[in-house]
Design a protein around this ligand. Structure first.
Ligand SMILES: [Zn+2]
Ligand SMILES: [Zn+2]
Length: 254
């Protein structure tokens, strides 16, 4: 039987992708990063963000993969897809990874978030290049073109390098074509502290979004961070399984 081009390009990546995010002890309930102690439900950054945000944050955060430090092919893809000139191979790898995830698991994501169907999509803008369309938006827009796009602006008074949640980081006058239930799929490439993605989610909620679900291509892990060691060990000792996801429900797959 002839293999679909998407399948073969994801299969190649499965050779080097680490095991995907799963809930468990020492894993942040929000972002699937490492907590500083197995006793904690949230990682340091997510706890700090929650304390600052007054409850208006993403309803659900779903990383598709982990990115372990800066080594390895996946990390290279996440870096090279947005370089000038961009790596075509990296662009294709990330596109098919996202499409494959959506085909297999968007129902898991919707069920976990209590969303019947997404009405809008938004991309977390680049704070370093606020005047440019984010390369991820350029890459993935064809995959999510059935959703009405919300374009967030960037408040350049906030340091582009900040790792802190800021409720005024992104700008939005109003949600275009709002629905009785405006449910937004918010997309970003790499979650490091989550500050940008959560600031964007906060802005969308303040503008009237009912649900905001953040899907990121990769949750960054720092292998040198001691409390992350058990998690790094788990994900590097087993392969990526494209048949399951961070919020997988057997009945929802297909
Ligand atoms: Zn977290
Ligand atoms: Zn799933």
């Amino acid at each position: 039987m002839r293999r679909h081009p998407i399948d073969s390009r994801v299969d190649v990546q499965v050779n080097y992708l680490h095991a995907g995010p799963r809930h468990g002890e020492g894993v942040c309930r929000t972002c699937f990063g490492a907590t500083t102690s197995p006793r904690y439900q949230l990682c340091y950054q997510c706890q700090k963000t929650r304390d600052r945000a007054g409850g208006l944050l993403a309803d659900l955060v779903v990383p598709i993969t982990y990115r372990n430090g800066s080594e390895g092919q996946h990390s290279r893809d996440l870096r090279m897809y947005k370089k000038t000139p961009a790596s075509e191979a990296a662009r294709k790898n990330l596109t098919v990874l996202f499409r494959d995830f959506c085909m297999r698991h968007i129902r898991c994501v919707k069920n976990a978030a209590g969303v019947a169907s997404f009405t809008h999509v938004a991309f977390v803008p680049s704070t370093k290049k606020p005047d440019q369309i984010h390369p991820l938006q350029a890459l993935l827009t064809p995959t999510v073109q059935s959703l009405r796009r919300i374009d967030l602006g960037v408040n350049t008074d906030i340091s582009a390098e900040s790792r802190e949640f800021n409720q005024d980081w992104f700008l939005l006058d109003r949600i275009p074509d709002p629905k009785p239930q405006t449910d937004v799929l918010l997309i970003d490439d790499t979650w490091v502290s989550g500050a940008r993605a959560q600031s964007a989610a906060h802005r969308l909620k303040r503008a009237g979004a009912r649900k905001v679900v953040t899907v990121v291509l990769a949750r960054q892990l720092e292998p040198g961070f001691a409390p992350a060691q058990p998690l790094v060990k788990r994900i590097t000792s087993s392969p990526f399984d494209r048949a399951t996801c961070a919020v997988h429900e057997e009945d929802a797959a297909g």
